[in-house]
Unconditional design. Structure first.
Length: 385
């Protein structure tokens, strides 16, 4: 038998926690809560009860009310709903939006769509570490600015934005604030964020829940500024039609409850693993750190290796799951637009690896990965033209 696989791509490949899977399984058979939550019979009421309990657990992650959580298919749909839904609902009033060049494609692509529909978008340049200053946000605002969208934790570098300060700028100007929290929950503090933002995108699979379910937090005061982008049965307070997937939502709720009780310990352990990996990789010559060690997410480490092409390095690592950037952009051959926005050269952006850690990552995983990367980098540099 070959060596066991090592997962250091938990930002994209996160296994479902067995406790989450067990809760989901109870909703999938004739003995469980398999009914349609929109139905009024006993089976539907039981499914609805479980969904509302999960809604409360998800809301608690950011200090929200359960009624402010709208379940979606993931953070991508949640961000689309926040951006497209608010823009189209207010097309006759405000047509300017602000974001950062380093946002996830789930934010950048809907904004490009809105530009084609006639909206104006300002994309802010980050500093060398990837941070967007609140002052830059303030200076970008106009009389017709509707919304600012800035993620809390960058999915490629792990840099953490000052959400409180950016939120204060938006509140003072009467501008809506959307924040992508997909990489935040369970890695950096999120308690109380509901007081700072109007919309927040969440997902289950980043916290060892199931793929295919997420949520949009919609502050009670922001509800009138939003319209749906999916129409049908009027579920989720009219904001997201479609039969609710009870088993996935229950899994999301269970994953959220586990994060609430175990997330701080998980994050501390991930930070230790991250420091260990960088200590080993940083000892190689001509290696560049793309993640802030101080104040960044403990779950993400992004490193560039001079003289090595990133995809070749991934191929050389065999059974070790790592990434050359965002999983949502991995189908393209383009260098990371996030690293390019930070001022990295095309060559360095193409020679980068993103390592990310989760609840199941062990010290042995890190040791195996570090040794394998060191060997592969050395060998690839020796055979490079």
């Amino acid at each position: 038998m070959g060596a066991r696989p090592v997962y250091l791509d938990n930002a994209a490949t996160t296994p479902v926690d067995p406790r989450v899977a067990a809760a989901m399984a109870e909703c999938l058979t004739a003995d469980g809560a398999f009914g349609n939550a929109a139905s009024t019979h006993r089976f539907g009421r039981e499914a609805a009860r479980l969904i509302e309990a999960a809604r409360g657990d998800v809301a608690a992650l950011i200090g929200a009310q359960g009624t402010e959580i709208v379940f979606t298919s993931g953070a991508t749909e949640a961000s689309n709903l926040a951006l497209l839904g608010s823009a189209r609902a207010n097309a006759d009033r405000r047509r300017h939006l602000v974001t950062a060049r380093t946002e996830h494609r789930a934010t950048l692509d809907p904004l490009r769509r809105l530009e084609r529909e006639g909206w104006s978008v300002t994309r802010l340049a980050p500093d060398a570490e990837g941070r967007v200053s609140p002052e830059a946000v303030r200076e970008a605002l106009r009389a017709d600015t509707l919304l600012v969208s800035v993620m809390q934790v960058n999915n490629e570098t792990g840099v953490v934005q000052d959400v409180a300060a950016i939120g204060a700028v938006c509140r003072a100007a009467g501008v809506l604030f959307h924040c992508d929290l997909a990489q935040s929950v369970g890695k950096v503090p999120t308690a109380g964020l509901a007081r700072l933002v109007d919309f927040a995108s969440l997902t289950a699979h980043k916290i060892h829940g199931p793929k295919g379910v997420g949520a949009l937090y919609v502050a009670e005061g922001a509800r009138p500024w939003l319209e749906p982008i999916v129409f049908g049965g009027g579920q989720e307070r009219g904001l997201r039609s479609g039969t609710l997937p009870t088993h996935q939502i229950v899994g999301f709720g269970r994953a959220a409850a586990l994060v609430a009780s175990e997330g701080a310990a998980d994050a501390a352990r991930m930070g230790t693993l991250r420091a260990t990996l960088w200590e080993s990789l940083g000892a190689l010559p001509c290696v560049h750190l793309n993640s802030p060690l101080a104040g960044g997410s403990p779950a993400i480490l992004n490193v560039s290796f001079e003289g090595v092409e990133g995809e070749s390095l991934v191929a050389a690592l065999g059974g070790i799951a790592v990434s050359t950037g965002s999983a949502c952009s991995s189908a393209t051959a383009e260098p990371s637009y996030v690293l390019r926005a930070l001022g990295r050269s095309t060559e360095l952006a193409q020679s980068s690896l993103r390592f990310s850690f989760g609840r199941t990552t062990s010290a042995a995983d890190v040791d195996i990965a570090a040794a394998a990367v060191r060997r592969a980098v050395t060998r690839l540099r020796e055979v490079a033209p």
